[in-house]
Design a protein around this ligand. Structure first.
Ligand SMILES: Nc1nc2c(ncn2[C@@H]2O[C@H](COP(=O)(O)OP(=O)(O)OP(=O)(O)O)[C@@H](O)[C@H]2O)c(=O)[nH]1
Ligand SMILES: [Mg+2]
Length: 234
């Protein structure tokens, strides 16, 4: 195709396929939120992270996807701010340190308290159990139980076990789009999930899928090894 036709084609397909999303990333301190956001925005893992004060805001564009990201601080004194940053977003990303099981109770409390805010009703939730490169981490099954994700019935919920140090920005964006594409059970929903699951399965080594076991949680996978170049933004 001549160049100008390709450009026109890209412009038209951009109109139909472009996605804009705004997300808020919350969770207890040191769970890895800023590390994850660094990966989404720069595609690179950085060792030099400092505890966030209040929040960081990032805007990124990749392919047809434009995403605004609020990376909110997790120390106790900042948690009352979470609701403000989550208000109006397309998805809440809740990051948990999957090794630090002593903190699950606090994480569960803070998560359910947040979701109980009337302003956030129905906002899709993506839970990332982070740091699965470390010994002693728990998989999605225990995360779902520990955080009582199966009790959340007023919004789409997904849970993935990951290591932010090994994600690429495509992979991270794909997770988020995955959540945004999950609709409450209705006709057509299953077909779209099957498509997504297939694209995930072809790109990842998936060790377990508990989807059928936990009716309330739409997508949940333990992801241990990734082929970083495979994920495509659609
Ligand atoms: N092993 C391992 N360490 C990680 C991973 N993700 C983050 N970390 C480490 O966890 C620590 C905390 O990471 P941050 O990204 O600052 O955590 P945060 O959730 O932003 O913390 P606050 O800003 O205080 O709320 C850092 O030492 C990171 O290097 C991971 O996937 N694996
Ligand atoms: Mg941070």
């Amino acid at each position: 195709m001549p160049n100008f036709l390709t450009s026109i084609f890209q412009w038209i397909s951009g109109l139909f396929w472009s996605k804009q999303a705004e997300i808020a990333v919350v969770g207890l301190q040191a769970s890895g939120k800023t590390s994850f956001v660094n990966v989404i925005t720069s595609g690179q893992w950085s060792e030099d992270v400092v505890p966030t004060v209040a929040f960081n805001f990032r805007k990124i564009r990749k392919g047809n996807v434009t995403m605004k990201v609020w990376d909110v601080a997790g120390q106790p004194k900042f948690r009352s701010m979470w609701e403000r940053y989550c208000n109006g977003v397309d998805a809440i990303v809740f990051v948990v340190d999957s090794v630090d099981q002593d903190k699950f109770k606090t994480a569960r409390f803070e998560l359910h308290q947040l979701l109980g805010q009337p302003t956030l009703s129905g906002v899709p939730l993506l839970v990332l159990g982070n740091k699965n490169d470390l010994n002693g981490h728990v998989g999605v099954k225990d995360l779902i139980r520990g955080l009582e994700l199966d009790k959340i019935s007023d919004r789409p919920v997904s849970c993935y076990s990951v290591k932010s140090i090994l994600l690429s920005n495509n992979v991270s964006l794909t997770f988020i789009l995955l959540v945004l594409d999950e609709k409450p059970a209705q006709s057509g929903y299953r077909a779209s999930m099957v498509g997504w699951q297939k694209s995930l399965i072809s790109s990842f080594w998936v060790h377990h899928s508990y989807r059928s076991e936990f009716g309330g949680v739409l997508g949940c996978l333990d992801i241990y090894s990734l082929s970083l170049s495979d994920m495509r933004i659609v």
